[in-house]
Design a protein around this ligand. Sequence first.
Ligand code: GDP
Length: 692
Amino acid sequence: MMILTKKMIEIRTILQKVGQSSTLTLPSIVVIGSQSSGKSSVLEAIVGHEFLPKGSNMVTRRPIELTLVNTPKGQEEYGEFPDLGLRRITDFSSIQRTLTELNLAVPDSECVSHEPIHLTVYSPNVPDLSLIDLPGYIQVVGANQPLQLKQKIAELCDKYIQPPNVILAISAADVDLANSTALRASRRVDPRGERTIGVITKMDLVDPTRGAAILNDKQYGLRLGYVGVVAKAPSTPGLFKIGHTNLMSTITKQENAYFSSHPLEFGPEAGVNVGTTTLRKKLMNVLEQTMSSSLQGTSDAIKQELEEATYEFKVQYNDRPLSAESYLAESLDAFKHSFKQFTEEFGRPQMHELLKNELDQKVLDLLAARYWNKPIEDLSPAKPEVDSIYDLPKADPESLYWHRQLDASTSALTKLGVGRLATTVVASSIQAHIDRIIGQSTFANHPFARDAIMEATSTILNERYYSTSDQVENCIKPYKFEIDVDEREWGLGREQVGNVLKKELKDCESALGSLESAVGGRRKLKEVMSFVDKARKGDVIVEGGDGRTGAGGFSAALLARGREAVFLRDRADIIKMRLLAVKSKQCAGINNKYYCPEVFLNAAASKLASTAVLFLNVELLSEFYYNFPRELDLRLGRQLAPSEVEKFAREDPRIRHHLEVIRRKELLELVLEKMESLRQLEGRERERRGSA
Ligand code: GDP
């Protein structure tokens, strides 16, 4: 029948997908032997291909879990590395190269790794088997090999030769069995020799009588017996490699020739087992039986694992079903909901505020450049008198100079590129808001989704950028020629600029405060400042201006801070003065606009902002609000392949775990179902045999 092994191998493949089911390993045949005992040769003879890494410098460094799958006659032979996603490799020398690379990837310092390589070979010429090749035992540690190597290999082998695995202990005929490392290791874990098959290689190298005696060995008695083989691959002269497919028949022929030429020792009467064909059959039988007897145990272990998974699902996830798709869909819905809320909170007033703040800063810069850099006296209120403390400079109201100053400032304001500025300010604010919404959503834990959303955002904004910025620029064009401010706007500007100046004053003062603590106190700063003041008036000579030594006994860094402090102090003084001016009667009405440039420019900035916002709203914001959810659907919905959805969901450790528990549960249920039907099959088979 031999159907059990095949089915069990299928089950094992499913179980491997479950992962971390170390308890659930189904029986395999573990191949052990010391280096050069002929271990690789035997495995290759079984498979019928040379595919194992070869070389002088210990090439097997990781366990190779080799699954052989018998396919119908006439089908192509190929290998697969499921973990690497390498499928249908028909060239066995390529398999050999991959195995060599995988082994050599283990660093020399580690020497061996416990992480298995999974390789499956499909062929009509192999039986269904599951074999594990391990690094060969070494006797003497090589010159450039670490001392613990011997120990490490032994530990790795010990892990695999535990029940229910079958041990294939390889020993060479030309080495005394008493010295066989493989048999010694097997004895330790299988003292009664119940699950060990002895393979004696290199039978051709010893006298046939001696060879036959080894196979009949009673001292190291094995219930499953010994098989003698001559598995040496024919030497292949460089260019003319023999066809790989012939390896099996070549070895069989070679063995037949050798063993039949010694009928007395190896003939049917001799009662010994010889040849790789015999070995192959034996392996099948033994594995099948082992599988059969471990059926119950495996089934119980799976049940237990399933119970644990079911429990975990209930306790941790309240039996809540979840799939990568549903998770993505839910997350996307929630995100769109938060976005919708945002759209209700972010509109024209918010854009106006953003833009106005930005323009206020520009106005402050203009004031500083055109007005506040004058000698303070020019701008200060007149000398205090009883009833006109807050008089503005007594300049001629018709003074062309002040007219030109205000006209130039206004023109600089309207021509600073309001279109670009406004679009940039609003676009980056939208980006920041989206980033914040992501941060508060489930997507926070998903770099992939975060990137996709940010990209969607910038794609839409970039597409609209130039046209929006042009439109805004266009619509403020009239202001470049003239800005009319009415009384109401003036009043509002007066109020607002008061706040702007107060805030600027506060900023100056707090910057002064930080400078104070940076230089080590108010007194110290005052000293430097008074030195800077004197230097400015020419009272003292600043020497050593090379920036390193400084002057007046102050270090260059201290002087730089002093200059900064003087600048801040003067700016604060001017602002205070201008605040008084703005609040004074003279600035109450628009007729005095040349003396109150702060108010006029503020009112102008408000007009610019209001006009810009009208167009920003139509050209940028509404477009964005319309397109963004659609772009999200596209990027996180329709465009994603199932594997990407899976990858996305697994980015979040909690979701990954949730999905894994469900998957494990489902797979285990599937496996258990298969196991049950196998057991029924087994039972019927036994009954049939019993009644026969
Ligand atoms: P491993 O290190 O245990 O994998 O051993 P190999 O399979 O690489 O074999 C070691 C050496 O012994 C190689 O040169 C093989 O060609 C040779 N060899 C393997 N089996 C036989 C055999 O049955 N007869 C002879 N004469 N040589 C063999």
